[in-house]
Design a protein around this ligand. Sequence first.
Ligand code: AMP
Length: 301
Amino acid sequence: MALLVVGSVAFDSIKTPHGQADEVLGGSATYFSMAASWFGPVRVVAVVGEDFGEKQLQVFRSRSIDTAGLERVPGRTFRWRGEYRGDMNEARTLDTQLNVFERFAPKIPPAYLDSDFIFLGNIDPVLQRHVREQLPQARLAALDSMNFWIAGKPDELKKTLRTVDLLLINEGEARMLAGQMNLKKAAAVIRAMGPRSVVIKRGEHGVTLFSGGSVFSAPAYPLDEVLDPTGAGDSFAGGFMGHLARTGDLSEANLRRAVVYGSVMASFAVEEFSLERLLRLTSQEIETRYREFKALTQFDA
Ligand code: AMP
């Protein structure tokens, strides 16, 4: 089934205890589409500036990602500068330059209007809603957001939340959005704002899905070294939505499998800086790690 993402395409500058990278390809839509491309075709809606060239486009093309909805306009591409310290569970934003996103009005190419699964990646909630409104028939609309928008545009974010089926959000940001420290209660508060299901991303502690009447938790894959956590959340979302779109199955059991595929993709993303590891993957590596996750969480024969 057709999968569409709207989100940021960025040049990131990142510092972690293991090194740094300047002006590397990043952004929510970028990580999402790279991860999801291992499960099936992906359509991208985003905007870039004149500094975004053939070299960067080629990265998308190398994964057969449909870039008909990637608009190039005069100006500079979105830029984000962040730093991770200590346990690297949280990024410290040092600088956000919206640039071409400031005047962006997402246009869905006619060929994308039949998209069944849509991911409204982390951008201005007003833009997320514009996309959702153009695709009212989608079977599943999922949303991601972050502190920048929760603090900056809380009312717009709440309006957008009313229009989606599922929210993916970091632990600290879930607490901030709900105004509630207890995660179970925070999930309930958020579900009352609109989305039927909530996926709370908890960094090295894994992910918890609140859906229907049940709760499901998956650990994070134990890695010897995390080089760069940037994109973990969006790569999770790419694996999660990629698996759902590939199977077309929205049952509770399949949502759980999707959580594990999301965790698999996030674990690869953080092994190297930028998109390096996601670009070098094989389908076999994905399936092997999926089986390792099974073994990791199984305690009864
Ligand atoms: P995550 O998957 O949560 O680590 O998201 C990482 C990506 O989010 C980075 O590649 C950034 O370019 C992008 N990003 C950071 N801040 C924003 C923002 N305010 N709006 C849109 N994208 C952002």
